[in-house]
Ligand binder design. Sequence first.
Ligand code: MG
Length: 335
Amino acid sequence: MSDKVLLDYGSGGRASHRLIKDLFLKYLGGPALNRLDDAAFIEDMHGPLAMSTDTFTIYPLFFPGGDIGSLAVHGTVNDVAMLGAEPRYLSCAFLLEEGLDMQDLENIVRSMSEAARNCGVQVVTGDTKVVPRGAADKMFINTTGIGRIIADPAPSGSRAEPGDAVLISGTMGDHGLAVLAHRQGLSFETDILSDSRALNGLTCNLIRQVGNVHVFRDPTRGGLATTLNEIASQSGMEILVHEERIPVHREVQAGCSFLGLDPLYLANEGKFISILPETLAEKALELMRSHPAGRDAALIGHVREGHRGRVILKTSLGGHRLLDMLEGEQLPRIC
Ligand code: MG
């Protein structure tokens, strides 16, 4: 194969087949994918099911703590997990720009394969398109995931209830700041890594061992502030969170001050919000902190009746301020 991606690789002809066999099947192959039929044959899934899709356009392709390949697996696996489901299968579509370095593509596909293995999902169907130079920026990936829902009822952003505790699984803003600092060539005191990781191991443990989770939601684009606003408005509730209880790495805080950003609006790719009855909060926190994905878990606030759809931040100085949703994206191509 050439050391650059050629238009022929997306042709559906002999060159495409070589790419599929020598690259995609080599790393992502399995019983379903290897059949090379028009669709994946799946015989072991019974409802209720959760399904989610996401397209990854992150720039740059490789960033501290991850790359577009592992991110494309984690992002979709996590969205499926947020419905109280055990993710099982993924589809994966690549949109490649002519001239992309083959070594970069191979590294990304290998990284996807490792990520998929680590979170227990199989890639069962896929697609590759190559567009002429300039028609896309290097590569974009779409993944769709499907999983079996193991929570009854399934968690939903609309199920927050008055008195519920609001928990987060760890520090806020790591992914957003890591990518931004890398893009701008800024180096801070310590290198900040993206938190990109799969959350299904921990969310499934919470469902099985604590139960009655009302809401799971991963605060990706728009960060914690935006995601809490979505939950407050879906549930018709007010949410109060305490600034000093929200864990933020010292380096992320410093980077945010330097760049004039707020960590509560920065993207996370390996954290989740969990909202459940106050009586279960201690047990949930203990379980979260004993798992690598939840070491810095914290109870940051509560749900209450009040102004529907409003999120209030109690500041470290004791004042209150409205934690609003952003008008638009502050960092394009962050995932
Ligand atoms: Mg999500």
